[in-house]
Design a protein around this ligand. Structure first.
Ligand code: F6P
Length: 405
């Protein structure tokens, strides 16, 4: 056995988010206390090979980073190591790259590599694991769409940012009696829109999981008008589909990369303005949601992830990813965690609560559908002359209810 000092490596990959530095600090401090030296690779997986680029992490250079957004190590989204295209399609990592990484890990005496990233980045870690490179995963994404963990860090900070934006839009919307549309991130899942919409008093929330129509949004605006509230806040997730089923994206020439979403806020605002002839404005939060200091919740979560990732390395439980199963910190095989999205349940507690308060999802709720049908059928039945016609109408109404169900 070599008597060189054992090391733990850490890297941050994919889109950044608040809390990455807190993980790096958590890994460094807890690794050092167990007698390891800690090194951080630059720019995600890129720093592992050709050229190898890393920094020795210690108490000095990780001091004060707990509260800082971004990542002191840098990150790369879909670089040379990209192991997925879209959500599910596996891309094989070049074997020469894998061999290069293995060489780096052996030469630097790395006992385990902590890979911090979202679904795509963890898919890379999984291929490393299959190749025999000792890895553990730490889940990260502001979208909170990894099903193996209750929360990813970065999400709470993104929701706080979107809520703050809604608070600000609220007052200006009210002053000018305008419809304000706020576009937030959320590629496959509407967690940010849903949570910020509830916390920021949104009136309409549009998310990828619930189909919606412009008629139903207009109906909500008009209902508010009738109540004397001549402004409306609409929160829309960038990945919400338009009523005809398409997402709105920006041009993307790089076919190996995922489409860059964005622009749905403007599309929704323009259409509402056209239909309602009311002043409408759009705000796109974009990467503001990914910057700035992590919230208290994210600092605690990220620190725990860092410390528990080191525990996994120390126990040689490679190929596993830390997950938060409140109040416990657990782990699952990375292979089980990737490609399994956690999406908003349209019947779930948060959506139900929002509906109970009168927030519209641009669709018609079960209660609304039932009320509309009851109204429609009673009018139709009353207008019939004969009893046979009335029975016929009632049967048609029943059929319609079953269809809607
Ligand atoms: O996956 C997190 C996320 O913030 C998505 O919500 C968004 O579509 C994407 O990253 C943006 O990535 P980029 O920084 O490459 O534009």
């Amino acid at each position: 056995m070599s008597n060189k000092k054992q090391r733990i490596g850490v890297l941050t990959s994919g889109g950044d988010c608040p809390g990455l530095n807190a993980v790096i600090r958590g890994v460094t401090k807890s690794a050092m206390r167990l007698g390891y030296e800690c090194i951080g690779f630059h720019k995600g997986y890129e720093g592992l090979v050709d050229p190898v680029s890393y920094v020795t992490l210690n108490n000095r250079n990780t001091s004060g980073i707990l509260t800082q957004g971004g990542t002191i190590l840098g990150s790369t989204n879909k670089g040379r190591f990209a192991a997925t295209k879209g959500i599910n399609d596996r891309l094989e990592i070049d074997p020469e790259l894998l061999a290069g990484v293995k060489r780096t890990v052996d030469q630097l005496n790395i006992s385990g590599l902590v890979c911090v990233g979202g679904d795509g980045s963890l898919a890379i870690a999984q291929q490393f694991h299959e190749y025999g490179i000792p890895v553990v995963g730490v889940p990260k994404t502001i979208d909170n769409d990894l099903s193996a963990t209750a929360f990813t860090f970065g999400f709470d900070s993104a929701v706080a940012c979107a809520t703050d934006a809604l608070d600000r839009l609220h007052t200006t919307a009210a002053s000018h009696e305008r419809i304000m549309v706020l576009e937030v991130m959320g590629r496959h899942a509407g967690w940010i829109a849903l949570n910020a919409g509830i916390a920021g008093g949104g009136d309409v929330i549009l998310i990828p999981e619930i189909g919606w129509s412009f008629e139903n949004i207009c109906q909500k605006v008009l209902e508010r008008d009738a109540m004397g509230k001549r402004f409306t806040l609409v929160v829309v997730a960038e990945g919400a589909e338009l009523p005809h089923g398409e997402t709105v994206s920006q041009e993307n020439e790089q076919h190996e990369r995922q489409t860059r979403l964005g622009g749905i806020g403007m599309v929704v605002a323009e259409e509402l303005e056209r239909r309602l002839r009311r002043e409408t404005r759009t705000a796109v939060l974009g990467h503001l949601q990914r910057g700035g200091p992590p919230t208290t919740f994210d600092r605690v979560l990220a620190t725990q992830y860092g410390a528990h990732a080191v525990r996994l390395v120390h126990q040689r439980r490679f190929g596993e990813m830390i997950c938060y199963d409140p109040p416990a910190m657990d782990s699952v095989p990375i292979a089980e965690a990737i490609h399994r999205l956690s999406r908003v349940d349209p019947q779930g507690a948060a959506v139900q609560a929002a509906r109970a308060l009168g927030i519209s999802f641009g669709d018609r709720s079960a209660d609304q559908i039932a009320a509309d049908l009851a109204h429609w059928s009673s009018e139709a039945i009353l207008s019939c002359d004969s009893i046979d016609e009335k029975v016929d109408q009632a049967e048609q109404a029943l059929e319609k209810v079953l269809e809607e169900k």
